[in-house]
Design a protein around this ligand. Structure first.
Ligand SMILES: [Zn+2]
Length: 163
């Protein structure tokens, strides 16, 4: 029998179905005692309505795998950031024509000056690699994506915004 962790790791993200919950880094903990499983997840962008879907997918897949007592817990702190996406996940996004978020690195702890703005990041085209891209819309098909276009190959593409 596959472990509950293996089952949970293979569940796809409803917003970005090219990534598994493991790639995305939302899976915090999977504990298994007999046929009871407790999965702890930290949802991604609070604006994305994927949480309920994620929970029911996990529930369904674990039930199918033979676990009869499945509990999904949601932990909001520390908050998920795009840095939690695995290197594998970033690679898969590019392969699917989606510009991955840049790594932001350790966040400032304590009071943050109000003037602090995220540095301008260059977003490369996932199709041809060109750095000459422009933002068409701050919001793509979902709140977590922006819509951009490459000035060289003229292809529009979605970008996962850093948070
Ligand atoms: Zn291009």
């Amino acid at each position: 029998m596959v472990s509950a962790r293996q089952v949970a790791e293979q569940v796809l993200d409803p917003e970005l179905p090219v990534l598994t919950l493991a790639d995305l880094g939302v899976l915090r903990e999977v504990s298994e005692v007999g046929d009871r499983v407790v999965v702890t997840i930290t949802p991604t962008y609070s604006g994305c309505p994927a949480l309920d879907e994620m929970r029911s997918d996990l529930h369904e897949k674990l039930t199918e795998a033979g676990y009869r007592d499945v509990e999904i817990r949601t932990v909001l702190h520390p908050a998920w950031t795009t840095d939690w996406i695995s290197d594998d996940g970033l690679r898969k996004l590019t392969e699917h024509g989606i510009a991955p978020p840049s790594r932001i690195g350790p966040r400032a702890v304590g009071p943050i000056p109000l003037t602090l703005e995220p540095p301008k990041r260059r977003v490369s085209c996932p199709h041809c690699g060109s750095a000459r891209t422009t933002e068409l819309s701050r919001f793509g098909s979902t709140a977590c994506k922006a819509l951009r276009r490459c000035e060289d190959c003229r292809e529009p593409f979605e970008q996962i915004k850093e948070i």
